[in-house]
Every structure is written in structure tokens, then in C-alpha cells.
Design a protein around this ligand. Structure first.
Ligand SMILES: C[S@@+](CC[C@H](N)C(=O)[O-])C[C@H]1O[C@@H](n2cnc3c(N)ncnc32)[C@H](O)[C@@H]1O
Length: 361
């Protein structure tokens, strides 16, 4: 069997990768017809043809691409808003799926916007990039209410943002405490926040966004440290974690760093503002898909989709209904959709992803 690089633009480095587990060979295939003929594969070989991986790039591997396409159904055509453009993987999948689909891609991060714009250039006028917060996407993109066929939010940050130490999202040693999605153009960095916020506010961040049981102690330690010297590097926050959580694991560190990132970028407020505004921008029959990686965000999405799907939202005990009196739409996912075991095996980031979808009436 011949294995080699296929022709055409490189998407992600291991375009197809051969994996040997328990004597079974696994291949990642971008596009079976362009890479090699399936007929060449030995019957014992395991062939993955996961769309998420095929839309992956060295920048980021998007999760649950097939599921996203299944709910958004770009074959219907129309305008789709990708509020978290990142490396443009999901957007490309939408644009590839139908020649009558248009995508407006929004991201806070200028580097993501530049990367995705390069990648999607070939789609010409079917793709438009807008820099900003998805919470303001309706105004920034001058969207008419009721104009969108679909909205996608794939929350959090991309692999590239974590991989670049200078962006300061990582707990790897030596990285600056930055974490601003807008980069230098952003407001307060993680260091600014950790060095200026009062102890009670810090404790709330660790408790609320990091579910840290010793949140007050951690806040106290940070305040003690900064009285001697301001926190500047990932190592400073890591050593505060080490002083509070004996034998802290990388999951502990990731959880605390994530909590700070959520606070630096005010991520929960963005989502709270975006949900109703993007819902109103959907056309009748339009679909809202959200992929969350944090329980707080997932709960917000679940509660919103449930509330929008109720016929009456009047407070209990009112003799007559005085609210909208009709459901705004219906949830398409009773439970969150999770990535398949195959996808998680190949892209561990997909493990914590929870997808929910809702359709407007
Ligand atoms: C998980 S990545 C998205 C990856 C993307 N779906 C892909 O296929 O490459 C999340 C992206 O959303 C952006 N982002 C996060 N919160 C945002 C917000 N409130 N407004 C706009 N962009 C945001 C981040 O900068 C990051 O690039």
C-alpha cells in the first residue's frame, strides 16, 4: 500500500496518519479519493473518515463537524454566522457543503481572522470576516433581524492560541500572564487582573469559573505574593496553585488558568448577551448551534434553549397569560451531543465538547 501526501492545499500536518494500536492499524484519511484508494487498504486496517479531522489545520482541529453540518443543514442555502471563526474549519465545511451558503465569520482575535481569511479566500464573496465580539455581531455585521439561516458558536479558544506561549493562555513555564483574545489591543491582561483585583473578587473567579474548593485560600496566596512582587509569568500563578493544592496536577492548573481566562475576556457576559441577540437575528426555521467546553456555559445555553422553547413564561399564579404566549422555537437536542469515541481518540480536545441545537419557529 502506498501512503503519501495528497495533492492540493495542506490542511493539517498529519493529513493522514498511521496509528498502530493493539496490532490494528488506523489511518486518518482526509479525503479517501484524493489520498489513496480505499481498495488498497488491508481489511485489518481501521479507516477513519471523520469530517472534523478533514477540516482540521495546523491552526486548529474543529470538533463535531458532521454534527454541526447535520443541524445547520447548509444545503438550504442562505447566510450563516460563525461567531467563533478561529482557524475557519467549521466555516469552510459550511461553505463546502453548499454553493448557496454564505458565511459571516466573527472573531475577537485579529490573528484568527487573518488566518481564516487566507484560508477561505477562494470562496470569494461567499465569505466575509468581521473582527469583534460575537455579542456585538448583529451591529458589527449590520444584520437585519430574522436574516440568518444559522448561527454557530464554538466557544473557548483555539489550539493555536494555547500553542503560542506569547499569547499567555498556557501554563507552560515562562509564558507571560496575558490571555487577551484581542491580543495587545485587548483590555486588561491576566497579570493586570491578578495584580489589581481585590481578594474577594479573585476568590469568586476561582470558585465560579474554576470550581476550586480552596478558592479563598488561593486568592489569599496571590494577594500575599503580589505584595512582595507582581505576578508576571505563568510560573507565578502555577506556584500559587502549588502552595494551595499539594501535588497539583496539570488538570488543576488548566482549570485555574481557564478560570482566569474566562474572567479576563468576560466570556460569560459575552455569551449571556449574544444568545438572545443572535436568536433574534435568525430567520424562521434558522438553527442555533452552540458547542461549549465549560459547564457554566453549557448550562447557560441549555437554560436559554429551554426557556425559548416554552409556550408561557409568565410567573406562576397569574390568572391570565401576559407573556409572549407562544414558544419561540424548539430544542433539537434533548441532551447535549458528545463527540464520538473515534473523534475523541484522535482529538482529545473533543472530549469535553457539548453541542446543543435549537430551531426558531
Ligand atoms: C474553539 S475556537 C473556534 C474554532 C473554529 N470553530 C474552527 O473551526 O477553527 C474559538 C474561537 O472563538 C474566538 N472567540 C471566543 N470568544 C469570542 C467572542 N466572544 N467573540 C468573538 N470571538 C470569540 C476565539 O478567539 C477563538 O478563535
Amino acid at each position: 500500500m502506498r501512503i503519501g501526501r495528497s495533492r492540493g492545499a495542506a490542511r493539517w500536518k498529519p493529513r493522514f496518519r498511521v496509528e498502530e494500536t493493539g496490532g490494528v492499524r488506523a489511518l486518518l484519511v482526509k479525503n479517501p479519493s484524493s489520498v489513496f484508494r480505499i481498495a488498497d487498504v488491508h481489511p485489518r486496517d481501521k479507516v477513519y473518515r471523520d469530517q472534523s479531522l478533514s477540516y482540521g489545520s495546523e491552526y486548529h482541529v474543529p470538533v463535531m463537524v458532521s454534527e454541526v453540518l447535520g443541524y445547520l443543514n447548509p444545503a438550504r442555502g442562505g447566510f450563516y454566522l460563525d461567531g467563533t471563526l478561529g482557524g475557519g474549519g467549521h466555516s469552510e465545511a459550511i461553505l463546502d457543503a453548499s454553493g448557496s451558503a454564505f458565511v459571516i465569520g466573527v472573531d475577537r482575535d485579529p490573528a484568527a481572522l487573518a488566518e481564516a481569511s487566507r484560508r477561505l479566500m477562494g470562496f470569494g464573496g461567499r465569505f466575509r470576516a468581521v473582527q469583534g465580539n460575537y455579542a456585538n455581531a448583529v451591529q458589527a455585521s449590520e444584520l437585519e433581524p430574522g436574516s440568518l439561516a444559522g448561527v454557530l458558536l464554538d466557544l473557548g479558544i483555539s489550539s493555536r492560541q494555547v500553542d503560542e506561549d506569547a499569547r499567555g493562555f498556557t501554563f507552560r513555564s515562562g509564558a507571560p500572564l496575558d490571555m487577551r483574545m484581542e491580543g495587545a489591543a485587548g483590555f486588561e491582561s491576566a497579570a493586570d487582573l491578578l495584580n489589581t483585583m481585590d481578594e474577594a473578587e479573585l476568590a469568586t473567579i476561582f470558585w465560579r469559573y474554576g470550581e476550586e474548593k480552596k478558592s479563598r485560600r488561593l486568592a489569599r496566596v496571590i494577594v500575599e505574593m503580589r505584595e512582595k512582587q507582581p505576578l508576571e509569568r505563568s510560573d507565578d500563578l502555577s506556584s500559587a496553585v502549588d502552595r494551595v493544592i499539594p501535588r497539583a496536577t496539570s488538570q488543576d492548573r488548566a482549570r485555574i488558568f481557564q478560570a482566569v481566562r474566562i474572567a479576563v475576556n468576560d466570556e460569560i457576559t459575552s455569551l449571556e448577551l449574544a444568545l438572545p441577540s443572535l436568536r433574534d437575528a435568525l430567520a424562521a426555521g434558522g438553527v442555533f448551534v452552540v458547542i461549549a467546553y465549560h459547564s457554566l456555559e453549557d448550562r447557560l445555553v441549555k437554560d436559554s434553549f429551554r426557556e425559548w422553547s416554552r409556550e408561557c413564561v409568565c410567573p406562576p399564579g397569574l390568572p391570565v397569560c401576559v407573556c409572549r404566549g407562544a414558544a419561540l422555537g424548539e430544542s433539537l437536542t434533548r441532551k447535549p451531543v458528545m463527540a464520538s469515541p473515534d473523534e475523541v481518540e484522535l482529538n482529545p480536545r473533543a472530549r469535553s465538547a457539548r453541542l446543543r441545537a435549537w430551531r426558531k419557529t
